[in-house]
Each structure stands twice: as C-alpha cells, then as structure tokens.
Ligand binder design. Structure first.
Ligand code: WTA
Length: 659
C-alpha cells in the first residue's frame, strides 16, 4: 500500500437543502439523519432487522440478522427466504402501481416504448417459464450480453425469479472478455441480442458470443437466447440458439417466484482490480435488494410521482442497482435509454428530460464535463434551451465530480433548484454509501458529504489507525452492511486480500483515498493507486485535475504520475481545451498559463511538469478515463495493452505525439 495523502481542500461554498425537498422527505433534516445513525450505532442488528422486515416481502422470515462467525464472509438474514423479482414486480400487482409505466424506453432513433408493471411482470414470467422449459434452474449461471433494452431488464428479472445467477457483461466488451467471464462463472446459458444500436451505428453482439464460444472451455453453455433488436444477419447454431420471442411466445404469463435463501447469489459482476484479471464480485439476494431499495428511498427520496432516469448501462453496477432492481422495487416509473448523449445531437439528455418530464436524473461526471464542453461549442443545445423544470434531484456517480463541473451541473441542469447528489459507492458496496440526502444535507461542491445511516465510514492510515480531519488516508468501512460484496466468485482468498487486508484488522478497504474536512465532510481523493508523490509531498491527482478544469480554457483534464529522477514522481497532465487554441497562441504559452494557474490554485509543487493537449481523453465506453493507459503514454512508451474497450483508441496516438 502506498502511504497517505496530505493535502488540504478548501471549499467554502455551502448549499443548504431546499425547504420544498426537506418537507416530506424520507429523511427530513439533519436531526432525522442523526437519529437514524444513532439507532444503527446503538444496535446494528435491530436496525437492519427492522429495515429488512419493513421493506422486503419474505416468503420465510429470518430469525438471525447477521452471522459474523465466518467473517469477513458475512451472512445477512441467512435463514430467511425471499425472491428478488417478486419484490420488484409481484408486490405491485394488487396496488395501483400495477398499471403504472415501469419503464419508458427510448431507442437510439427516438422511438418510445412504454411497459407497465403488470406487463413487465407478464414478460418476466414468460421468459422465466421459457428458461424453465429448457431445463435451466436455480444456482446455474447465465451471462447476459445485451443492449440497453426492456429485454435486458426482463432477462435479469427472469433469472432472479428462478434463482439463476446472472452475470451481465457490458455490450462494449470484446468476445475475449466475454469468453473469460463465461469460463470463470461456468455459464450454462447466454442471453444476448443480434445487434445493438448506439449513436446511429449498429454493433454486432451475437457474433461476439459465437466467437467467445468457439474459443472453447465453455461447453457447459447449453443455450444462447437471442433478442432480435435489428434483424441483422446472424449465424445460427440450431442445436443451441433460440430467438427470445420464440421461446416466450405462448408461455404462461404467470410463473411462481422461487423462494430462495437470502444469501443465494443474485448476481456476479466483473470489475477491474488493480492487478490481475477482473474479479467476479458476488452479491446476495436479500442484502443487495434491501440496500438498493433503501438507497432509492433515502438518497433519491423516491416518490410515487417520480420519473427516474439513471443513464448508466445495465452492464455496470449502477445499471443493476438503479435500473434493473432499485427503481422497480420502489415502484417508480423510470426512463431507459438505448443510445448515447451526443446523438443525434449533444442536447439529447436535456431533450429527453423535457420530453419525459424526468424528476430525478442520475448520471456521471464525465458526461457532465463533456456536455459542458459541448454546450460551449454548440450553444443551441445548451441545457438552458430546454424546459428542465420537472427535475427535483440530480445525481452524480462513478468518479469524483470536481467543483467546477458540480457548479455547472447545479446551475445549468438543476436550475439552482435541485440538489446535486454526489454519490460515492462501488461495485462491491452494492449501492450508495456516502452521499448527500436531498432533504437534509447541506452540500459542498465536490464532496460526497456523509455516510448513509448504518454505514460506518472512516479515514485511516496504513496501520488502520485514525486520521485527523484535513489529513488524507484510506477510506474504510468499519462494520459490515447488508449490500456488501460476499466474495469474489471462485476466489475467496483474493476477496480477503483485496478488501480485508490483515493490517487493517477486519475493516473493509475501499481502495480510495479520502479525507474529511474541518466540518467532517468526506472528500474522495481518487483511487489509492492514483495518488502521486512529488518531492515527498503527496497530491491527489483529482486536486490537480480540479484545478486545471477550473481554468476557463479547460474542458477536461486527467493527471497521472511519471517516475522522475529528481522529484520521485512528476505530474503529467492531459488536457482537453474547450475551444481550439485561441488565435495566435502557442501550445507552450497555454501550457505555461495552466502551470501557473495550478501553482496558484494548489501550490508550485502541483505544477504539471508536462502538459499534453488532445481533442479527447482515452475513455472506456462507460466513460471512465483510462489513467492506466495515460501513465504509459506519459512515460513516452507505446501502449501494448488491449485497448478494445476504449471509446476512442485513436486518441492514444495523438496524445503520445502531443509533446
Ligand atoms: C470511484 C461505480 C468519487 C471510486 C458505482 C470508486 C467515485 C470507484 C464516486 C468504483 C464518487 C465512484 N466520487 N469517486 N461519487 N463514485 N467513484 O465499481 O474510485 O465502477 O472506488 O462503481 O469509482 O467504481 P465502480
């Protein structure tokens, strides 16, 4: 482990909660928040037990809340039984929610399809019956490799209904990644589509499945169920391939939900670790569902009248918790989008919020930053050109949101009427962990503020000792929580090593650096591995990026470290300017301006040694900046890693030359 970050963040702007959101909020006011935190601290067992009984329908009630005997392999509600799909769908059937739209789906080309809870339930049951007829059953593993579609949610819910453990693979991953996952989970079933459509382009999916299966080692895959999205040409293997429609047509619209132990795995989702191959993060049915639903209520203050829109892909955890499960368990109407924010133009998100009267909007900082840039160059698509008055809450997830992006989002999208919820969490945590509450928390731009009730977050040093406020350290969670990762599929040792290293004595290590300010607010400093050490001073890459982005010329910036003979590490910044270089200016001049700017914002020590300009940054299709690749480029080396998951592989060449 690297050591701690010592850096001081100063953010003096504070935004108190809006009175109209405080009134009637699930957690209304800081006193109510503290009361819940106190209840959890006094008796975690009673706290979580009460919430699990009040919020979930159990087919067999649990008698034990938490079993710590095999820690860190915690078991929650371990003798209880329930079904996640029944808790998302069946429970609404006898209520007015039954006829309410569950999903308003908008395709890439703007076609809108709406499905009610009752209809969604029927579709899920038909697919579950179809899968049953093929002989698939509880405990098997299914890969889901689907475009953003109602069918993707149906597939996940149908698996949950039968106790088939799903592993969704993001549609942007290659056949090689798919193969790796199919082998690792021992899949017996794959649910896919012929093609997907994004930004006016079709991208094949079925052929990637064919390629993956041809690589061998996954002979256990008995069936490939194919959703016909485009009708594009596919190769067919009649002994294993079936069209989704053929499988579902004529199946009964009722299918009993299988009563499953609360610890039955709901899904396995692969995520990158700092080393080695991706880890299969395993989540348990009961705890995950409870945490997904509670955070819908607490963080998003779910109201029956809400139109919720999470822009994530179902291939990532955000799409699991806040598309496939949370909003349905909460009985909300949600918008689901097939395409990309820039097609047919950069106003797409804003237009969709306007069209569907979205009330809660949840997206990623990278989208916000790129749309900020787009709004500068294409003012006709600026969010202010749209009627966004339906919004009441706007959220952010996935990376630190720098204060400038936060302010832009708050001002231009939220119209200075909506709180920006900067939600910190991970694939491993199941749902939100640190986040403002719309009816309680005074906001500071760039801070994820405080832990949710029941979440015992702390900042510690490398020996697990406490770190005082305004000093950096490791973010840890000191007590287990229901939504937590149960293990890494097939690799319990790696689970222990990655998340419960012995030097931290039993606390969960998040892998992020963090610090608390003088008011106790949490500030995430980025992954521990992104922390730089320059001349013995520790710097969060995020701080430097934040400084750069706050410069009027800069749209986006990514900062990495480069080994340096003199200073240990040197700061290298990759910068995307809002406009082409101003008339008559040289890159060197701008670079100097930016260096001086950073020196002024943070201190001369944070001055980037090297600044490279590009039209863009290398990003995964989920929008994460690939700092790993930038580190290679920063060192003047050639990238030899697989770049197939990059949105824009060509940018690497440009940045390498942009000396
Ligand atoms: C980062 C995404 C700062 C963090 C839900 C974490 C954040 C990793 C935030 C998990 C945030 C996520 N502020 N950093 N609000 N949210 N992160 O597993 O480094 O894809 O460890 O889960 O994203 O990414 P993952």
């Amino acid at each position: 482990m690297s050591s701690t970050i010592d850096s001081i963040l100063v953010e003096n702007r504070i935004f108190p909660p809006f009175p109209n959101l405080v009134e009637g909020a699930a957690i209304s006011g800081m006193d109510a928040y503290r009361a819940l935190c106190d209840e959890a601290e006094r008796s975690p067992g009673e706290f979580w037990g009460r919430l699990a009984r009040e919020n979930l329908n159990w087919s067999k009630p649990f008698t034990q809340v938490l079993d710590e005997s095999q820690a860190p392999f915690y078991r929650w509600f371990g003798d209880g039984e329930l079904n996640v799909s029944a808790n998302c769908l069946d429970k609404h059937l006898e209520t007015p929610t039954a006829n309410k739209p569950a999903i308003i789906f908008e395709s890439d080309d703007g076609k809108v399809t709406t499905i009610t809870y009752k209809q969604l339930h029927a579709r899920v049951c038909q697919l579950a019956n179809g899968l049953k007829s093929l002989g698939h059953k509880a405990g098997e593993r299914a890969l889901i490799y689907m475009p953003m579609s109602i069918e993707a949610v149906v597939a996940m819910q149908a698996c949950a209904r039968l106790g088939i453990i799903h592993s969704v693979v993001f549609g942007g991953f290659s056949s090689k990644s798919l193969h790796e996952r199919a082998v690792d989970v021992g899949a017996t079933l794959i649910i896919t589509a012929d093609e997907q459509v994004r930004g006016g382009r079709t991208i094949p999916l079925k052929s990637a499945v064919d390629e993956a299966l041809a690589m061998g080692g996954c002979e256990a895959v008995a069936h490939v169920v194919v959703y016909k999205r485009t009708g594009g040409k596919v190769q067919w293997h009649p002994e294993r391939d079936l069209w989704l429609d053929d499988l579902c047509n004529g199946q009964p619209e009722v299918c009993a939900a299988v009563s499953l132990n609360a610890e039955h795995p709901l899904f396995i989702l692969y995520t990158s670790g700092s080393t080695g191959k991706p880890k299969g993060v395993q989540h348990a049915a009961g705890g995950f569902l409870l945490w997904a639903l509670l955070t819908m209520k607490w963080t998003f203050d779910a109201k029956d009248s809400d139109v919720f829109w999470c822009t994530a892909d179902v291939g990532w955890v955000t799409g699991h918790t806040y598309i496939a499960y949370g909003p349905l368990a909460a009985g909300l109407t949600q918008v689901m989008f097939e395409g990309v924010p820039t097609y047919p133009n950069v106003g797409r998100f804003w237009e969709m919020i306007q069209r569907h009267k979205v009330t809660v909007f949840y997206t990623a900082p990278t989208a916000i930053r790129s749309l900020t840039k787009a709004a500068e160059t294409a003012p006709e698509y600026h969010p202010r050109k749209y009627d966004l008055s339906s919004l009441r809450i706007i959220g952010s997830v996935g990376e630190p949101i720098n204060p400038e992006a936060w302010m832009w989002y708050y001002t231009n999208v939220g119209g200075e009427r909506c709180p920006v919820l900067d939600t910190w969490w991970q694939t491993e945590t199941g749902a939100h962990m640190l986040t403002p509450l719309p009816g309680a928390t005074p906001l500071k731009p760039g801070s994820c503020t405080f832990p949710l009730p029941g979440i015992d977050a702390a900042v510690v040093d490398e020996a697990g000792g406490p770190v005082e406020n305004s000093k950096g350290g490791f973010l840890v969670i000191r007590r287990p929580w229901p939504g937590m990762i149960r293990t890494i599929w097939g690799d319990p040792e790696r689970f222990k090593k990655s998340y419960f290293p012995p030097e931290l004595k039993g606390v969960y290590l998040a892998g992020d650096g963090a610090q608390r300010d003088a008011d106790g607010y949490f500030w995430i400093m980025g992954r521990i591995d992104d922390v730089l050490n320059v001349s013995g001073h520790r710097l969060g890459t995020m701080e430097v990026e934040s400084a750069l982005v706050s410069h009027e010329l800069v749209a986006e910036a990514a900062v990495v470290g480069r080994p340096d003979g003199t200073t240990g590490e040197a700061v290298v910044a990759f910068v995307v300017l809002k406009r082409a270089l101003p008339e008559g200016s040289e890159a060197d001049d701008i670079a100097k301006q930016l260096r001086d700017w950073v020196a002024k914002e943070i201190g001369p020590i944070a001055k980037p040694k090297d600044i490279r300009f590009g039209e863009n940054l290398p990003k995964t299709r989920s929008g994460k900046i690939m700092r790993r690749l930038l580190r290679v480029v920063a060192q003047g080396e050639t990238v030899t890693q697989d770049v197939s998951t990059l949105e824009n592989p060509a940018i690497l060449g440009q940045l390498s030359q942009a000396h």
